[in-house]
Design a binder for this molecule. Structure first.
Ligand code: PEP
Length: 251
């Protein structure tokens, strides 16, 4: 049985004071939640504050991005080692906002994933088709391409240390959640890709999170699908009560 992961992606929201206030309210609400791994990805500036607030709790901290380089003259970039030093255990890689707004390619996703693994971080590698892709019947082709250019470029050992997040772009921040069946179909496809590229046992152990307008009122239906090993949550992770009720979806 794969252990579920519920991760919150704060994007470019929350000051240090707001981060502290979030953790004070959120940590007690999930203190007894043992059924899943809980992860929060604050913006870079709030990582140390979040890591401090998460000490002695069951909450892990994640970065939202890293550089594909170890160090160097890369103005504005942050390395995997820096994230570890600041208190991260995870890092989100290849989020669709990075792919669309900052032109990240499958190749840079693969390089960043290697950097993350080298520093001991757990990468959460995002893939997902746009609405136009889906309408044009290209979902499978796009997911296969993103898989083979990114996670599929790893060795089996490296691959066994990553998480994948299936995030259909048309569902992110739109309030249009994929139905549990649509999400499960995409997860099955990604697992098939992993089985073809690596092996069936490796594919069976892979944890695939769903992301795209996950809310307290739809998490139960989504998690009823065995294929879904958790969720990557944007907007609804900003409020402690709403994110706690997503984490505590079985209650
Ligand atoms: C995300 O940012 O990864 C995301 C899924 O956002 P939202 O939950 O707001 O759609």
């Amino acid at each position: 049985m794969r252990r579920r992961v519920i991760a919150g992606n704060w994007k470019m929201y929350k000051t240090l004071a707001e981060t502290r206030a979030f953790f004070s309210a959120f940590a007690p609400l999930v203190a007894n939640s043992k059924h899943c791994d809980i992860v929060i990805a604050p913006p870079f500036t709030a990582i140390s504050t979040a890591a401090e607030a998460a000490k002695n709790t069951n909450i892990a901290v994640s970065g939202q991005n890293i550089s594909w380089s170890k160090e160097g003259a890369f103005t504005g970039e942050v390395s995997a080692t820096m994230l570890v030093e600041a208190g991260c255990r995870y890092v989100i890689i290849g989020h669709s906002e990075r792919r669309q707004l900052f032109r990240e390619s499958d190749d840079s996703v693969a390089k960043k994933t290697l950097m993350a693994l080298g520093a001991g971080l757990i990468p959460i590698v995002c893939v997902g088709e746009t609405g136009e892709d889906r309408d044009a019947g290209l979902t499978e082709e796009v997911l296969r391409r993103q898989f083979s250019g990114g996670p599929g470029a790893l060795t089996p050992e490296e691959f066994s240390r990553i998480l994948i997040a299936y995030e259909p772009v048309w569902a992110i921040g739109t309030g249009r959640t994929a139905t549990p069946e649509i999400a499960a179909d995409a997860h099955r496809l990604l697992r098939r890709c992993a089985g073809e590229r690596f092996s069936v046992p490796i594919a069976s152990a892979l944890r695939i999170l769903y992301g795209g307008s996950v809310k307290p009122d739809n998490i139960k239906g989504l998690m009823a699908q065995e294929e879904l090993d958790g969720a990557l949550v944007g907007g609804a992770s900003l409020d402690p009560k709403s994110f706690a009720s997503i984490v505590n979806f079985t209650a």
